[in-house]
Write a protein of this length. Structure first.
Length: 400
């Protein structure tokens, strides 16, 4: 194997060994021990005008082929969510087309798909609670028509309009009762979207979680699970242990997922203290990180299926440092790292993103992603990744 050139923040170069490709195998049967979704990104058309402020011009073949690859690893796809640049380059028309196309691919592939339901097709920043509810209901109806599972996303409109916890209860009650089947609720933290400060009526996660649990308990037949994206493992375990039976916790914690998913099955994984008597002893997964780590995630869950917690930890444990780099502050630019790894791994022909967001991270930041990906088995074809990375360095005036 050849070497890999890395770039430090001070401009210094160093050379490290290029690893062998990981020897993970695709599952031959459905994954059993955990339900796991990769929150997938979108691939822009190379010749498209995907500059800031322009409508998304998507390469549908590459975008949908990426989803087929995720299904091939036994994972589900969570689509049209923040990883797909919802509210950061993916406009309303492109969102609807993505949902329809992704649902069709899921049917063809026999894959499991859930998609985001929000209020973001409404252009006005401030609208009434009635208008918020109607906007949710409109997107919910469209999603159900496509045959995809809904994820009720945190709404900026609701965060601006709500004056009390009761306002959240009232909006969620009406939307959930209109759903034809159970949905996933998404609690997105301010690291991902600062405009969601005080969601569920409080900036204190303890008070907000009490409201969330009240909403679930009042509508338990309409809630399949909760995706928590607060990047706080303690808060997730606290909510997880109080969920009603039949309601799953889908971790959205890209900093601490190894221990949260492992739970009682992987006692050596770092995780908050658990109540051994609680009905829920682990989290399932709905992670943007898994879009960058689908083979590793699949191999790790296959290890859990085989009752091999040591192998689970050996595979997934080293990936968490990579995920922390991808999701480093400002966290909402994590999509750049996901698309960058997609390019390195050959899932798209160019390192481009809608809205020009590929410029959101520095070369040294990306270099660290390359280094950590090489170290944890996240480069699916290391020679290809090295060739593309070195080419990128040369384009930017660095002699690789």
């Amino acid at each position: 194997m050849g070497g890999l050139t890395l770039l430090a923040p001070d401009g210094a170069l160093r050379r490290v060994a290029l690893p062998d490709a990981p020897e993970y195998t695709r599952p031959t049967a459905p994954l059993r021990s955990r339900v796991a979704y990769a929150a997938a990104h979108v691939v822009p058309r190379v010749a498209g005008d995907n500059t800031p402020g322009q409508p998304a011009d998507i390469d549908w073949d590459a975008t949908l082929d990426f989803r087929r690859s995720v299904y091939g690893w036994g994972l589900g796809v969570a689509d049209a969510m923040d990883t797909a640049q919802r509210n950061m380059g993916l406009d309303a028309a492109a969102t609807r087309e993505l949902i329809a196309r992704s649902a069709e691919v899921a049917r063809e592939s026999g894959g499991r798909v859930v998609v985001g339901v929000n209020t973001d097709h409404v252009e006005e920043e401030r609208i009434s609670l009635r208008a918020v509810t109607d906007a949710f209901l409109s997107q919910l109806a469209f999603t159900e028509e496509q045959g995809a599972g809904p994820v009720l996303m945190a709404s900026r409109h609701l965060a601006r309009a709500a004056e009390s916890a009761e306002d959240y209860r009232r909006v969620y009650r009406e939307v959930l009762q209109a759903a034809s089947g159970p949905v996933v609720l998404h609690w997105l933290g301010t690291a991902f979207d600062p405009t969601l400060e005080g969601y569920f009526g409080s900036s204190d996660w303890r008070a907000a979680s009490a409201v969330l649990l009240e909403i679930i308990e009042e509508n338990v037949d309409k809630v399949a699970g909760v995706k928590m994206s607060l990047l706080d493992a303690t808060s997730e375990v606290s909510v997880r242990e109080r969920l009603p039976e039949g309601v799953r916790m889908f971790t959205g914690d890209d900093f601490n997922y190894v221990g949260l998913i492992g739970g009682a099955s992987v006692l050596d994984a770092a995780q908050p203290a658990r109540d051994a008597e609680a009905r829920h002893q682990h989290s399932d997964a709905l992670l943007g990180a898994f879009a960058a780590l689908a083979p590793s995630a699949s191999a790790a869950i296959q290890a859990l299926d085989a009752d091999d917690p040591d192998r689970y930890l050996a595979i997934l444990g080293p990936t968490e440092e990579l995920s922390r780099q991808i999701f480093a502050a400002p966290t909402f630019y994590y999509k750049t790292g996901v698309a960058f790894l997609s390019w390195l791994n050959g899932h798209q022909v160019a390192f481009q993103m809608v809205g020009g967001l590929h410029s959101a991270r520095s070369l040294p930041h990306l270099s660290r992603i390359v280094e950590l990906a090489a170290g944890c088995g996240a480069l699916e074809d290391p020679e290809l990744a090295a060739d593309r990375w070195h080419g990128m360095l040369r384009v930017n005036g660095v002699d690789a």
